[in-house]
Design a protein around this ligand. Structure first.
Ligand SMILES: [Mg+2]
Length: 98
């Protein structure tokens, strides 16, 4: 899945003539985390009245923003030359053995 996501980032890069480098992707991650925060506030009814949407729409928005964050993290892994699958196994899945 990571290679598919990275290929989309390359399309974005060409389409908008924006170099997806270390600085860009880290700032993009911050942007997407902000959008995720906004989605959570909306879902919890803590947004401005004009931003209110149905619970179903808010949940979908939250799912899409989570997907954006995960996707950008995958691109970060590529840009920084990190094998994310290996890193997740080392950092997270070691707890399966506990
Ligand atoms: Mg987003």
């Amino acid at each position: 899945m990571q290679s598919d996501v990275v290929s989309i980032a390359r399309i974005y890069e060409k389409k908008y003539s924006i170099k997806v480098d270390e600085e860009f992707i880290l700032l993009k991650l911050m942007e997407e985390v902000g959008e995720l925060a906004e989605a959570v506030l909306t879902l919890n009814g803590k947004s401005r009245p004009e931003k209110k949407i149905s619970k179903k729409e808010a949940k979908k928005k939250l799912a899409h923003e989570l997907a954006d964050v995960v996707g950008i993290v995958m691109v970060c892994g590529d840009v920084y030359g990190v094998d994310l699958e290996k890193a997740i196994k080392e950092k997270w899945l070691k707890w399966k053995k506990v």
